[in-house]
Write a protein that binds this ligand. Structure first.
Ligand SMILES: Cc1ncc(C[n+]2csc(CCOP(=O)(O)OP(=O)(O)O)c2C)c(N)n1
Ligand SMILES: [Mg+2]
Length: 592
């Protein structure tokens, strides 16, 4: 960290000093930026008034990186950091990452500069082309709130409201834009900050009595209850209660990985087995599952067909517990297909599940069901054993293959990280690491982008690693090559700020996901399938990611092509990361 020389007893003298007071009051640790003159006032206040500490500036080479970094931080830490982006230009670069955070229901405090709005004060050209009326319009459809306080006096209320809206469930990014004149105004009198204790976070939304009564009754009546969980794992209380609930009921859990919800190697973890599990269910308990259709259907895209085939039986009851209807906008349809339900409960699973569990434990009928529960547990256990055997077989069959198989990569990671308290900060396109890496702790897998916008993996992983810096956790980024190429300069930030993160670049040298699409289309149209690589392969020249890392001053190895070389290099990389630095290993691997 570059600590700025501290002014003796700093006193707020300028408008933007008040913004720094607020960032400090809310204990924002970091602010990711790419610099720009529209927030030069704020920048000065961060450095010379705030001492570049809490928040500390994290310098990024693209605004998409700055916001994605804040995204990863929020995912790992459960609280927001800030990002500052330069007027209309920085905000346009940032918009993809803001959308990813929106779709991921994560709080980020995005700050911006503009103007001066008083056009009499503008410099020729640049201040005009960089000012919009109203700048927040650009991202209004995918932030929870945006504001542009017109005076220094209006700054505290605006910030407090923004912070509260961002962090209230369902959480999301907010954008506050500061007029250059407001930032650079010399204060004539003291601007007092209200006591934050007068603006507490609202208590979480709990279900009404009817919600508990019906859910309990139906759970006890059901012969084969099945649990779907998507965002439950955002709160530790929800994660723990879900584990106990599944145990108590002998109900399998299908993890949708909005967050990490259920231990990978738990015998009731039937994730990936929807086609075997869902048709048997007579009760589906859907917990924070925005895409119920996807969770209960077979996705087949043969012959260009996009429609999924429903698996759910016609007489299965559905209980839906979620908050996401509270955050629906008309622009993007990220609300997914309209959910079915017999009972719809708007509640926070972080408080709903612990209370449901408490009531279930008090039910006399539960002990009468002991034998039934044991029996269905054994039935589900068979599916789990078959799933495990299939994974083991795949690992054995592909161990020595060349190019290196993805499963070999997972196997070697498990070996190299033995004994480490690791966190997976990002994943591959197919997400199979979620089956092979034996995660069992709260928030141990942070998952991929939820808005589906590439450029996410490396910067978000850096944000997560920044959040865990000094905690003893080992952060691992499984990084697809195409995604990395969007935001590759984030490696510079990793080195500059000494962020310990191991990135394993899965170099299939293709935007492979799209090869699959081109193949489907070619088959439907009876056109040459072999042309599917044109405009998609990232070859000729091949990218040497190890060398690219070294260019930024990062420890970099590879491209690794021999399966047997992998473990040695991973072990070296782990040592580098444990010494507090980033490391990158480029592995030339199979397409999937
Ligand atoms: C910003 C953005 N541009 C384009 C796409 C379309 N797209 C989806 S997946 C994909 C390929 C990703 O390639 P890579 O990250 O290397 O993963 P792979 O499929 O090769 O495993 C592309 C181009 C997207 N999702 N987001
Ligand atoms: Mg690729």
């Amino acid at each position: 960290m570059v600590r700025a020389q501290k002014m003796e007893k700093p006193r707020a003298e300028w408008g933007s000093d008040i913004v720094v007071d607020l960032l400090k009051a809310f204990e924002i640790e970091y602010i990711a930026i790419n610099p720009g003159a529209t927030f030069r006032g704020l920048h000065d206040s961060l450095v010379n008034y705030g001492g570049n500490h809490a928040p500390e500036i994290v310098l990024c080479n693209h605004e998409e990186i700055a916001v994605a970094l804040a995204h990863g931080y929020a995912r790992a830490k459960g609280k927001p950091m800030a990002a500052a982006v330069h007027n209309v230009v920085g905000l346009q670069h940032a918009s993809m990452a803001i959308y990813n955070a929106w779709a991921d229901r994560l709080p980020i405090i995005v700050l911006g500069g503009t103007g001066p709005m008083d056009s009499a004060n503008r410099r020729p050209w640049i201040d005009w082309v960089h000012t919009a009326l109203v700048q927040g319009n650009l991202v209004r459809d995918f932030v929870k709130w945006d504001d542009q306080p017109a005076s220094v006096e209006a700054v505290p209320e605006s910030f407090i409201r923004a912070y509260r809206l961002a962090t209230t469930e369902p959480a999301g990014p907010v954008y506050i834009c500061y007029d250059g004149d407001v930032q650079e105004k010399r204060l004539e009198q003291e601007v007092s900050l209200p006591s934050l204790s007068r603006y507490p976070a609202p208590l979480p939304l709990q279900a009404p009595e009817e919600g508990f009564e019906k859910t309990l009754r139906w759970l006890l009546e059901a012969k084969k209850p099945v649990i779907l969980a998507d965002w439950v794992g955002r709160k530790e209380a929800g994660f723990n209660a879900l584990g106990e609930l599944a145990e108590l009921l002998g109900a399998p859990v299908l993890d949708q990985f909005g967050r990490f919800n259920f231990p990978v190697q738990h015998p009731l973890n039937l994730t990936g087995q929807a086609d075997k599990v869902i048709p048997q269910a007579d009760l589906i308990l859907a917990l924070d599952v925005p895409d119920l259709e996807g969770a209960t259907a077979r996705r087949a895209q043969e012959r260009g067909n996009r429609r999924a085939t429903p698996l759910i039986s016609a007489n299965a009851k559905i209980v839906n517990v979620a908050l996401d209807d509270l955050l629906v906008r008309a622009w993007a349809t990220d609300f997914n297909k309209l959910r079915e339900a017999d009972l719809m409960i708007m509640a926070d699973t972080g408080v709903f599940l612990p209370e449901l569990l408490r009531r279930l434990k008090a039910e006399k009928m539960l002990s009468e069901l002991k034998d039934d529960i044991a029996r269905r547990r054994t039935d589900w256990g068979q599916i789990y054993e078959a799933k495990k055997a299939a994974l083991d077989n795949e690992l054995k069959a592909e161990w020595d293959e060349k190019p290196i198989s993805m499963v070999r990569i997972y196997g070697e990671i498990n070996e190299a990280l033995k004994g480490e308290d690791w966190v997976l900060t990002n994943g591959s396109s197919q997400g199979k690491e979620n089956f092979y890496l034996p995660a069992c702790k709260f928030n141990q897998i942070l998952g991929k982008y939820k808005g589906g916008g590439l450029g996410y993996g490396m910067p978000a992983s850096l944000g997560a690693a920044l959040a865990h810096k000094g905690s003893g956790k080992f952060c691992l980024n499984i990084q697809p090559d195409g995604d990395l190429l969007f935001t590759v300069s984030s490696i510079w930030t990793a080195v500059h700020h000494q962020i310990p993160l191991l990135s394993i670049v899965c170099s299939n040298r293709s935007y492979f996901n799209d090869e699959e699409h081109q193949e489907r289309i070619a088959v439907v149209r009876n056109r040459p399938v072999e042309n599917k690589t044109i405009g998609i392969r990232i070859e000729d020249p091949n990218v040497d990611f190890g060398a690219m890392a070294r260019t930024y001053g990062c420890w970099g190895a590879g491209p690794i092509t021999e399966p047997k070389d992998l473990i040695k290099t991973l072990r070296e990389a782990v040592k580098v990361v444990k010494s507090g630095k980033p490391a990158l290993v480029d592995v030339v691997c199979q397409m999937r």
